[in-house]
Write a protein that binds this ligand. Structure first.
Ligand SMILES: C[S@@+](CC[C@H](N)C(=O)[O-])C[C@H]1O[C@@H](n2cnc3c(N)ncnc32)[C@H](O)[C@@H]1O
Length: 278
């Protein structure tokens, strides 16, 4: 089944929209965008439409059925600048002129019942590969249950600065409550590599640029991503009982501050919204 979660995919669409609207990125975007994992294609279609953007986009989708569905939806949309490519992003994305890569990559840290959403042993392996591919600008959805600290360190070591981000809570759903996945998330939490409360975690849309002159926004982003203190999905609440000393050494805000406000952006919280479910 093609992946589509109305709220998570909708959040990804909003992040894409922000990217397309960022005038500082105009010259980079003019050379086109490559996408890892188009899914149904709907998030990118929504973003391009809302911004009335003519940026050319190649959306790679590994799963054959998803790519067929996406190609049909794109055709119906009438958008001439979005092309679905059935195949591996890592095999074809660097063949073009694009300097910008985007995606809501698979981030589950165990295969469970949805192997197409498996992001390797920490959940962050596919994202790390994107950040090692040499793009000038990268926008990825990052999850707090998939070694966010290691991923941000990896990006920094690859020469990236966090130029922009926005984050929001997401309620554990069928994919993450899968026995294998939740067991692995608990293991990662005990080692300081996953952060969540008993019923929700955080996802962030992060834009990195390979420009050492850009001020780096990692610190505030990490505070939001590492605030959760639970050790097991569905474990004991309430949130207050799960708060402890930070496992990573990063200054942590309370879980309530992070997951209770709806959305967060550098510079201020957006209006509260219903939590996502994955
Ligand atoms: C979490 S889903 C996101 C789908 C869509 N972007 C959305 O947000 O609704 C991740 C997608 O990435 C695809 N995928 C995983 N690895 C890929 C790769 N190496 N190249 C292209 N697509 C890939 C999966 O098949 C899946 O459809």
């Amino acid at each position: 089944m093609p992946f589509f979660d109305p709220v998570e995919s909708g959040f990804y669409a909003s992040c894409l929209e922000n990217l397309l609207a960022d005038t500082r990125l105009g010259p980079v975007l003019a050379d086109g965008v490559v996408e890892l994992g188009a899914g149904t294609g709907i998030p990118m279609i929504e973003a391009l439409r809302r911004q009335e953007s003519a940026v050319p986009v190649r959306g790679f989708e590994l799963d054959e059925r998803s790519s067929r569905v996406a190609a049909r939806i794109v055709e119906k949309s009438g958008l001439a600048n979005y092309r679905i490519v059935h195949g591996d992003f890592f095999a074809g994305a660097r063949e073009g002129l694009e300097r910008c890569a985007v995606g809501n990559p698979p981030y589950l840290p165990a295969r469970g019942h949805s192997p197409e959403l498996w992001g390797g042993d920490t959940g962050a392996e596919i994202s790390r590969r994107v950040l090692s591919a040499g793009f000038e600008t990268v926008l990825l959805l990052v999850s707090s249950i998939s070694d966010p600290v290691g991923l941000l360190d990896h990006a920094q070591a690859a020469g990236y600065r966090v130029a922009d981000w926005m984050a929001r809570p997401i309620v554990f759903g069928a994919y993450t409550r899968d026995r294998q996945v939740s067991g692995r998330v608990g293991e990662l939490a005990r080692r300081g590599h996953a952060f969540f409360t008993h019923d929700r975690y955080v996802i962030a849309g992060v834009t990195w640029v390979a420009d050492p002159a850009v001020p780096d926004g990692s610190e505030a982003l990490l505070r939001v991503l590492t605030a959760g203190r639970a050790m097991a999905i569905g474990g004991p609440g309430p949130d207050e009982d799960e708060l402890g000393s930070p496992a990573t050494g990063h200054a942590a805000r309370t879980t309530r501050e992070v997951v209770g406000v709806g959305s967060a952006r550098p510079g201020g919280a957006l209006p509260a919204a219903a939590p996502l479910v994955r």
